[in-house]
Design a binder for this molecule. Structure first.
Ligand code: UDP
Length: 242
């Protein structure tokens, strides 16, 4: 049984990082296919405005709070989520557990060359991790991507097209793809490849990773305006969601 907390229509699992990883791993042992999403406040607001996206996120087997904003939002309504579970770290923790097993991984998304470099770096960091294929996220012919994934038959498919593109892509294509667990990873491949550096520890510790990102990529400011909008919505109507 999942314990979820409804944040403006998105049901977040109330789990710690360790629990999230255990649930993620348990999905490989089951019959069906599963998706995992890691929304931040920006995506919660996109889903607030787009019910199709909201349903896609809620169809996931695991929904974890990528942003500290979501955790703050849960505190505002008096139903605190255990902790922030950053998608980036979640995926790396999954790699740690999947290395030296029979499970295979595929990276789909990011600019040409990035997924390849990300795969190389992750296989160096997690010796024994079996990344069997990659495809960049700018392929016009979707059937090529699907055919390649199906030929390689990975257990874990990471989709890094940015949100909400990756959520849409996963829910549209899941049926046709021979993979077991699908994860929307946003810009994580850029991070794995070292193209975008993770915030310094002090920013992470103080939960100010979003501020560091804003300083480094000022073009994100417009997207980030969703954060105050999210907090106001949580204050005004957050308690209505059951
Ligand atoms: N991207 C892609 N195909 C597209 C558009 C974007 O593969 O058509 C990739 C982009 O190269 C980047 C990621 O999607 O790696 C989006 O990163 P961003 O940090 O914006 O995503 P977020 O983590 O905020 O969802």
């Amino acid at each position: 049984m999942r314990t979820t907390i409804n944040i403006l229509g998105i049901k977040f699992d109330n789990v710690s990082m360790d629990e999230a990883v255990e649930i993620g791993l348990s999905l490989f042992e089951k019959e069906a296919k599963y998706s995992i999403y890691t929304p931040n406040p920006e995506i919660v607001m996109a889903a607030y405005d787009n019910k199709i996206l909201q349903n896609q996120l809620n169809d996931g087997a695991l929904c974890i709070p990528d942003g500290i904003g979501v955790v703050i939002g849960s505190k505002i309504i008096g139903k605190p989520l255990k902790e922030r579970v950053a998608g980036y770290d979640f995926n790396k923790n999954m790699f740690e557990r999947l290395k030296n097993t029979d499970k295979t991984v595929y990276f789909y998304g990011s600019a040409p060359g990035v997924a390849k470099l990300a795969a190389k770096k992750m296989m160096e960091e997690f010796k024994g991790l079996n990344i069997v294929g990659i495809w960049n996220g700018y392929e016009k012919d979707n059937s090529k991507v699907i055919d390649n994934i199906n030929m390689l038959n990975p257990d874990l498919l990471l989709v890094g097209l940015g949100a909400p593109r990756q959520e849409e892509w996963i829910s549209m294509n899941m049926d046709k793809i021979n993979a077991k667990v699908f994860v929307g990873v946003g810009g994580s491949f850029d991070g794995f490849a070292g193209k975008v550096l993770r915030s310094p520890d002090i920013f992470i510790k103080l939960n100010l990773e979003w501020l560091h990102r804003l300083i480094k990529q000022p073009s994100r400011w417009k997207r980030m305006l969703q954060l105050p909008r999210f907090l106001i919505k949580m204050l005004v109507e957050g308690r209505r969601y059951k």
